[in-house]
Design a protein around this ligand. Structure first.
Ligand code: ARG
Length: 463
């Protein structure tokens, strides 16, 4: 090993003793950051092209380095690259291999840069592309929801507040609420692009560099909008990591809410939906069981994703500027979060493609719990110029009467209603019809069937 210079650590001329084997083990991040190899190589190619353009390295050396880097990229993509733990991370693993391939000229690659700006550059490029992938995954789930919504415009169900029957709605309207949430997620992720589009490369270790580099050139080459403004902030900043983790957390919260709701609806107590056998699991002891495990998995995963956001916030709290090893954990946190969320979106998509509403049960439930009481109050306001508060009180008396006589609101006879409000006429009875009730909610964003149809067309254009 001593004979082969390439096997030595980069700092072996200065640090005479071998790193303790325990530290070598815990200090190495290669198992995690090897996932950044494409971004790292792209960053290095842009860097040496810039060094040549600025006459900092020769044409010949630039070409040799690029040749070596492309060879390494092919080796890694074909699984022919041996990652070594003792070379700590993706940057040193690649640099070491470059020495093997092109010899001493590899030493020019690290002119005017540091691993500190290199890692932030790699990581921003990776998160930018993950953000785009997340957008496609969100589009897919939105399109699935729109497909199910289109089939259920006239599926009537109770809308709940406090899990108590509140007002009648269309199932489609309920599902479209999740379209709004996932559209906001798309916006949240894409807003992160503003900070992600600032190029860290060239901040070097923390102070910038004395070489005459061109950061606008590397920005353009790597698809960034402009260079970051302060070299110290650049290597210390992980706000873009927090933004990504927060966006993932909110999206996973949306998933956990719909999951919980579908769990409740599929429960024996509610029985409003049926999940296909494809997405349920059985019990080892109770032969009759079909459990919504996949939905519970989705509900639970948000816990892990929030935890990851908090890990990163905690790592950053009170951390002085600029680079510290503490920051190295950011990759593992983001990769885990990303993979979990992508998986959750795929699972949710499959579940939404594999459930069926029990329309009869939904309608039955919607017809109970005096769900059209607000419609009656509104009717009184419109027809007898009552204030809403007096109409509310009058309606409450009617609900009490129905409850006492074990009747639904639409079982009540006009004569019974007139005992409480003598001015009432025959046409009041139509307000107790829940289809009429839904159709009357024509205010923008309301559940009226025509509104829903228009909204579906609008949402389709957004994905
Ligand atoms: N592997 C390191 C990380 O992910 C790269 C930066 C290392 N810089 C250093 N000065 N040790 O954070």
């Amino acid at each position: 090993m001593a004979k082969n210079k390439n096997n030595k650590t980069i700092w072996s001329a200065r640090i005479k003793k071998n790193t303790s084997s325990l530290f070598k083990k815990i200090g190495s991040s290669i198992d995690v950051d090897k996932r950044l190899y494409k971004e790292d190589i792209a960053g290095s190619i842009a860097h040496v092209e810039m060094l040549f353009k600025q006459k900092i390295i020769s044409f010949k050396i630039k070409n040799k380095i690029i040749y070596g880097l492309i060879k390494i990229k092919n080796e890694i993509s074909k699984n022919k690259f041996e990652f070594k733990k003792e070379f700590e991370d993706i940057h040193i693993n690649i640099e070491k291999r470059l020495f093997q391939i092109i010899g001493e000229d590899a030493g020019y690659i690290h002119t005017a840069r540091s691993r500190n700006d290199q890692i932030v550059t790699d990581f921003k490029i990776w998160i930018k592309s993950a953000t785009k992938d997340m957008d496609s995954n969100l589009n897919k789930i939105i399109r699935t929801i729109l497909k199910v919504s289109e089939k259920n415009i006239y599926t009537v169900m109770p809308g709940f507040t406090h899990l108590k029957n509140a007002q009648a709605i269309s199932l489609s309207h309920y599902l479209l609420a999740y379209v709004e949430m996932f559209l906001r997620d798309k916006k949240r992720f894409s807003n992160n692009m503003i900070n992600l589009n600032e190029n860290p490369l060239g901040a070097s270790a923390l102070a910038g560099t004395s070489f005459n580099i061109d950061r606008n050139y590397t920005s353009k080459k790597l698809g960034f909008k402009n260079p970051t403004g302060n070299s110290i902030d650049t290597v210390s900043d992980r706000d873009f990591v927090l933004d990504y983790l927060y966006s993932c957390s909110v999206c996973s919260m949306h998933i956990s809410r719909i999951a919980e709701e579908l769990i409740i609806w599929s429960s024996d107590a509610y029985g409003l939906i049926k999940l296909s056998d494809k997405v349920v699991t059985g019990s080892s002891v109770m032969p009759q069981k079909k459990n919504p495990d996949t939905l519970e998995y989705l509900r639970g995963k948000s816990g892990q994703i929030y935890g990851n956001l908090f890990s990163m916030l905690t790592i950053l709290k009170g951390l002085p500027l600029s680079y510290f090893k503490d920051l190295q954990d950011d990759k593992e946190i983001v990769f885990k979060t990303n993979d979990t969320l992508v998986n959750c979106l795929k699972i949710l998509d499959e579940i939404l493609n594999n459930f069926s509403p029990d329309k009869k049960k939904m309608l039955e439930l919607a017809n109970s719990g005096y769900i059209t009481a607000t419609d009656l109050a509104d009717y009184l306001v419109k027809n007898y110029s009552m204030s809403f508060r007096s109409a509310y009180q009058k309606t409450a008396l009617i609900v009490n009467f129905a409850e006492k006589n074990k009747k639904k609101l639409d079982d009540l006879k006009l004569a019974e209603l007139k005992k409480i409000e003598p001015r009432l006429k025959e046409d009041v009875l139509k307000v107790f019809n829940i289809t009429n009730s839904i159709n009357s909610k024509k205010s923008y964003g309301g559940t009226a069937f025509d509104n829903i149809k228009k909204m579906i067309i609008k949402y389709k254009k957004q994905t």
